[in-house]
Design a protein around this ligand. Sequence first.
Ligand SMILES: N[C@@H](CCC(=O)N[C@@H](CS)C(=O)NCC(=O)O)C(=O)O
Length: 287
Amino acid sequence: MDKALGLTLLEEHKSHGGRVMFYEHASGVLGLPARFGVFLPPAAQSGNKVPVVYALAGLTCTQETFLIKSGALAEAARLGLALVTPDTSPRGAGIEGEATDWDLGTGAGFYLDATEQPWAQHYRMGSYIAQELPLLVESALPLDGTKRGIMGHSMGGHGALVHGLQAPLFWKSISAFAPVVHPSVVPWGKKALSTYLGTNHAAWRAHDAVCLLEDGYRHSAPILVDTGMSDQFLQRELQPWHLVEAAEKAGQTLICREQEGYDHSYWFVQSFVVDHLRHHAAILGVA
Ligand SMILES: N[C@@H](CCC(=O)N[C@@H](CS)C(=O)NCC(=O)O)C(=O)O
């Protein structure tokens, strides 16, 4: 436990020669206790700072899901990459109906700062990911903030693309599995953006990867995206072709792969996670 930083260590396990840890802290940004996970590879044991990739999970997930289900740890250990896994929303905000829908509220924070009531006080996952969590975890653990990437799955893929495009010097590498690429036009996205940000569509653009590309945001590194062609959410929610078209128009280098027969699950994520980790390692200069 690092009392100075207000971090409580909830769990620690040796894994793949490194350590998996789960922490809780009083988040100033969220105004609530928040939990996150970390994998530190063996290369960090001596206190040497290692590159770090933040992995954002999807709807209904927690800080545990990616570390447990993605199968990422063996390759992260080999490459010497740390992983940080935030929760997917604030917990216990006490908003009526917050846990009623699986695609809104609890487990569905969409990695943005809500401006609408009653969400605006606690639903601030945008600032949590962009500022509070990296500052906290990189002060407490041997992580090299100059070599920081972001990846995610589904809603977390949306978060990775949006945060990465908005702050390309902060997030040096980006990748996504089955991301929601254009939330302004799909049911999950329209529901979340109208609830959290209101009906002014101009405010939605800063939280939509396709709109960000249309509005001039770019990343200097190639972005890697994998989507399963048997994903049950492909046509309704993901629609990766919008990202391909926007990237082409914008001159943004995008490696967008169509994976035949794969669905939306972590069985799909597991199948390509090694490629994603190597993508980050190569850009962060550690491969
Ligand atoms: N609850 C939803 C599915 C939610 C879902 O598929 N969530 C994805 C992210 S969008 C996930 O990773 N779920 C956790 C898991 O597969 O372990 C349903 O019933 O259709």
